[in-house]
Design a protein around this ligand. Structure first.
Ligand code: FNR
Length: 191
């Protein structure tokens, strides 16, 4: 059994990244993964600061960390904001990278040794490529193995049909390829 969490870096109503995330979930499940669909609006995460952390570790940050820690693989689907990942996503990644106040969790990494993958949808012509380059670097820094496959959906406002499927064959194929590789690598790393 391979457990994969899918985390979308936008909570916007009608989010294109959420639409892409839904397709990724379908592809991951078709490859036999058990998927945790992580909606960041379900987590009450303050903007990270060391001062805020010193006051008290937020319960939802610990819940997110435990959820990540229970996975074999992580898929991040992020919009590009000014050439980088969304602050919503970076904040969530940062909180879950911190040791909690619970001593038994101090040594627990939410990320180390897991497989990860990245996807983006953007209304611009480059599909969020610059944001994904930053995201890859972040995911390597926290000791995940980022698979080389990725999905970029440029001109996202025209990329999905009424059913939420991708109009173009190439990104649709890349969703399948990325999902397949993520499940395979996550499974291999878990043994
Ligand atoms: C953007 N957007 C954007 N798009 C892009 O391709 N490159 C960029 O650097 C940026 N920068 C940027 C900054 C900020 C602050 C905002 C709010 C937006 C546009 C972005 O791609 C668009 O809003 C997407 O629709 C966001 O993704 P969701 O919410 O549809 O998933």
């Amino acid at each position: 059994m391979t457990n994969i969490a899918v985390v979308v870096g936008s909570t916007r109503e009608g989010s294109f990244n959420r639409m892409l995330g839904k397709l990724a979930i379908r592809a991951l499940e078709a490859k036999g993964a058990i998927v945790a669909d992580v909606d960041l609006s379900d987590f009450d995460l303050p903007l990270y600061s060391a001062a805020r952390e010193a006051e008290a570790f937020p319960a939802d940050a610990e819940r997110l960390k435990r959820l990540f820690a229970a996975q074999d693989g992580l898929l991040f689907v992020s919009p590009e904001y000014n050439g980088s990942v969304s602050p919503l996503l970076k904040n969530a990644i940062d909180w879950a990278s911190r040791p909690t106040g619970d001593e038994s969790l101090v040594a627990l990494s939410a990320y180390r040794g897991k497989a990860s993958a990245v996807m983006a949808a953007s209304i611009g012509p480059f599909g969020g490529l610059r944001g994904l380059m930053h995201l890859r670097q972040i995911l390597s820094t926290i000791q995940t193995l980022v698979i080389p496959e990725q999905v970029l959906v440029p001109n996202a406002h025209a990329a999905f049909d009424a059913d939420g499927n991708l109009v173009e064959a190439l990104p649709a194929t890349l969703v399948e390829m990325t999902a397949a590789r993520l499940v395979a690598v996550a499974k291999a790393l878990a043994v």
